[in-house]
Design a binder for this molecule. Structure first.
Ligand code: SAH
Length: 363
């Protein structure tokens, strides 16, 4: 499917019509519209695609997350059944690797009910193929998940959620919007002339600063926190992002592994933003969950035993395979690679044991 782009000009035309009809749209509205098309029409992963994610780099990533789940489930008193939920499951690789590793705890394997939150039809089909044996059920959001305790995992899901952007001008925050340029077709950024009331939430900053809010991420954090507090379980969210909250323009578009302009050829590039982990954690805490981390991906995977798992894979590997395993681990935990930009946040129900990889609750 890589390379399938669907009808790109239709996306641009739809956006132009929408702007002509009701005026400039927010960055969040743009991201939401464009991402639904982007993910809905292709497999974006890997060398032939636009970007690569941790589960596609090494099986060890999903395996360690599967063991994290099995360990926490046992220490939580082994509730049965338990939902294992993944948000934005991509090709299904992370879930498949996690389930293979979790099978070392047979009772956990038997207790699991697999649920995937995924809005791309193309990726749902790939997930169905990869996870045939475990009869997953699909959802458009977390609201339709069945009741009961759950373990939820999400890798590179939060970065795809829409953000709103604000720019500081003359001592006030103005929302950045997307309008039609002079030719009536090309998209361009514009600032709302009126200061934005929402921005009571934003810090003082110098003129020219950019700040971001993700109402979608905060709503998800709050809902997850409330659900974990009421029904039990834990969540593990991994993504690139920052902690504490800070100003900065983090909107990025990536096509074929290279950055490109966010407004050019809408729908042809992956559009994401760095995750504000402090804002997400605060929403989850308000919902009722305990928060752990964020830990860096390097610290988290190291404490879960990435080195030992790599060593055991290398025992049966050729010299070339061993080199590949080594390079993959370096990519996952190297300081200038994914090791420190990527962070791991855990949420649990109050009273749950401390999840592996975290020292103590973040207050
Ligand atoms: N977790 C996978 C894929 C990350 S890409 C991996 O690590 O490889 C982002 C994933 O989230 C894709 O599966 C995409 O289709 C899905 N997604 C993005 N926005 C979504 C939304 N609003 N609702 C449901 N799924 C979404």
């Amino acid at each position: 499917m890589a390379g399938t782009t669907g009808d790109l000009s239709a996306v641009a035309q739809r956006l132009a019509q929408r702007i002509r009809a009701s005026g400039p749209i927010s960055v969040a509205e743009y991201m939401d519209d464009v991402s639904a098309f982007y993910y809905g029409t292709r497999d974006p992963f890997g060398v032939a695609g636009d970007f690569i994610t941790a589960p596609e780099i090494s099986q060890i990533f999903g395996e360690l997350i599967g063991l994290w789940c099995a360990d926490l489930w046992q220490r939580m008193g082994a509730p049965e059944p338990i939902l294992l939920v993944e948000l934005g499951a991509g090709r299904g690789t992370l879930m498949a690797d996690a389930l293979r590793a979790a099978a070392t705890v047979p009772a956990f394997g038997r207790a699991l009910r697999i649920h995937l939150v995924e809005r791309s039809a193309v990726l749902r089909r790939m997930q169905a193929e990869k996870l045939q044996g475990v009869a997953p059920q699909w959802h458009d959001g977390i609201a339709t998940l069945p009741a009961g305790p759950m373990l939820l995992i999400a890798n590179e899901f939060l970065d795809a959620l829409p953000i709103r952007q604000f720019e500081r001008r003359d001592g006030a925050w103005h929302e950045r919007r997307i309008m039609l340029g002079d030719d009536g077709e090309r998209l361009a950024f514009a600032l709302d002339p009126q200061p934005n009331l929402l921005t009571a939430l934003l810090p003082q900053a110098e003129d020219g600063s950019v700040a971001e809010l993700s109402p979608a991420a905060s709503a998800l954090g709050h809902a997850l926190g409330a659900r974990l507090a009421a029904q039990g379980g834990a969540a593990l969210l991994i993504d690139y992002g920052y902690f504490p909250s800070a100003c900065g323009d983090t909107l990025q578009a990536v096509r074929q592994h290279r950055p490109c302009a966010a407004l050019e050829e809408p729908g042809s590039a992956d559009l994401t933003a760095h995750v504000d982990f402090a804002a997400f954690a605060s929403a989850a805490r308000k919902g009722g969950a305990l928060v752990y981390g964020p830990a860096t991906q390097a610290a988290f995977l190291t404490s879960l035993g990435i080195a030992a798992r790599a060593a055991s894979l290398m025992k049966n590997a050729s010299a070339a395979q061993a080199e590949t395993i080594d390079a993959a681990c370096h990519r996952l935990i190297g300081d200038t690679e994914m090791g420190s930009l990527f962070k791991v946040l855990a949420l649990t129900q109050p009273g749950a044991p401390v999840p592996a990889g975290f020292a103590k609750e973040t207050s």
